[in-house]
Design a protein around this ligand. Structure first.
Ligand code: LLP
Length: 433
């Protein structure tokens, strides 16, 4: 397992997660089962929070990007760790609210927020709304006016950086559904309008350059571009930019091939750029925000499945079908994402088989991995997939009317359910016959 010291193999040759025997967890709670290690989540939160203190004098806030995994238990942990959160929908906002999360530390993103969601954000007293278009700005101003409130806003900017290539491709980024373009002057124009708009309080700018990034340079480049833009805003609109939000996207290890950079290194490098630019441009240091999602929860999560059928097709491949698949983890079918697999009930055994792990949905592409090295599986084995804490439960579907699995929080040998397994009754609860 990767990036975590909290998995091991016990005397029964079973995989342990957060000090719990995973085979026992599968027996007690059934499969498929999401398992989340609280110690790892908190450890990850602290890396981020501490590095803002260490490298930026604490003049910032880490926002957990809750799209990675949104549930009440996670908002509670984020609150206890002194973080803010990023939400992208009324559903995430509502979950945070019901979990008692301090709403002034909630940042609301999205390229197509509905008027109802904007209204809800103002009613709940959300900290910031990250405006994505001029349409949204005008809509928000009119809703705020009706309510006699002022909306505190950031603007999402496309800094023109492609983090997925080593050469920064600075053109072509206009072709993105998120944010306001720098190159065309669109961003500046919209901010100028905001500064002059009643019921809108301009607080700062935001960018997010991508996800699962293993390079520091694109973050530094983004910080450069954004600081220069802050200067332009000051010079042309006379507005002070108090907050600079540099988004998330820090890479994690899904398997042996991935080599993540400690977050402190990102923060140290970005902090240096922001300090240098602030001095060169005679700007005050902005309050910094970062929005890690995957890097908070991914490696804390594992999924347990029961092997149902092993189908050996001579000279072709061996399909190992499990009782979950694309409905609980669509990342292979969507992105050919690679994971690390092990048989939890024979965790210490040699992996002497190469197999294709298939889900149970009526869809040939419903796979969890191909050419996967695994202990030779038989029906009834428990298959563990690691680093499934991010973008698994949050992207789960009900395809084939499969109920969503339960999620169990483990910590130092204890375990408790934080998301109940759906029942068939849950599946039909909104059907009208
Ligand atoms: N902030 C903003 C504005 C974002 O759009 C995102 C992710 C994040 C922060 C958090 O990024 P992270 O630290 O988690 O990389 N479903 C895809 C990932 C989509 C990410 C969308 N935005 C996946 O499973 O890989």
């Amino acid at each position: 397992m990767f990036d975590s010291n909290h998995t091991s193999v016990n005397e029964k040759n079973h995989l342990t997660l957060g000090g719990c025997d995973s085979v026992e967890l599968a027996k007690e709670y059934g499969t498929p089962l999401y398992v989340l290690d609280e110690t790892v989540v908190r450890e990850r939160c602290r890396f981020f929070v501490d590095s803002v203190k260490e490298y930026y004098g604490g003049n910032g806030l880490i926002l957990y990007a809750s799209k990675a995994l949104s549930c009440m238990a996670l908002y509670r942990i984020a609150k206890e760790e002194g973080m803010g959160v990023d939400v992208v929908s009324g559903g995430e906002m509502y979950t945070a609210y019901k979990a008692g999360f301090p709403m002034e530390k909630v940042y609301f993103h999205g390229n197509c927020k509905t008027p109802e969601e904007l209204s809800m954000a103002l009613d709940l007293g959300l900290g910031r709304i990250v405006v994505d278009s001029v349409t949204e700005l005008r809509q928000l101003a009119s809703i705020a006016k009706e309510k006699g409130k002022t909306a505190n806003v950031l603007f999402r900017i496309k800094p023109g950086i492609d983090a997925h290539t080593h050469d920064f491709v600075k053109t072509g980024q206009i072709d993105c559904k998120f944010g306001l373009a720098l190159e065309t002057g669109e961003a500046l124009e919209v901010i100028r309008e905001a500064v002059e708009t009643e019921h809108i309080c301009y607080c700062g700018v935001h960018c997010h350059i991508g996800s699962q990034i293993f390079d520091i340079d694109p973050f530094c480049e983004a910080a450069h571009v954004m600081m220069r833009f802050i200067k332009e805003i000051k010079d042309t609109c006379g507005a002070d930019t108090k907050e600079l939000n540099l988004g998330g996207g820090f890479g994690i290890a899904y398997n042996e091939k991935d080599d993540p950079i400690p977050f402190g290194n990102y923060m140290e490098a970005v902090s240096r750029v922001v300090h240098e630019e602030a001095e060169a441009l005679a700007l005050p240091l902005p309050f910094i925000l970062m929005e890690p999602g995957r890097s908070i929860v991914a490696t804390a999560g594992s999924t347990l499945y029961t092997v149902g059928v092993v189908k050996d097709i001579p000279d072709v491949r061996t399909y190992v079908s499990v009782d979950g698949g694309m409905a609980d983890n669509p990342r292979y079918i969507l992105y050919q994402a690679e994971y690390h697999f092990t048989l939890a009930n024979r965790a210490g055994d040699e992996k002497d088989a190469i197999v294709t792990v298939a889900g149970r949905c009526c869809e040939s592409g419903d796979l969890l991995g191909e050419n996967v090295r695994l202990q030779r599986p038989v029906p009834g084995d428990i298959l563990a997939v690691s680093a499934t804490g991010a973008y698994n439960y949050s992207m789960a579907s009900h395809y084939n009317r499969l109920p969503n699995p339960a999620m169990v929080l483990v910590k130092d040998g204890t375990h408790r359910v934080i998301i109940k397994r759906e029942s068939y009754e849950d599946i039909i609860r909104n059907d009208i016959f």
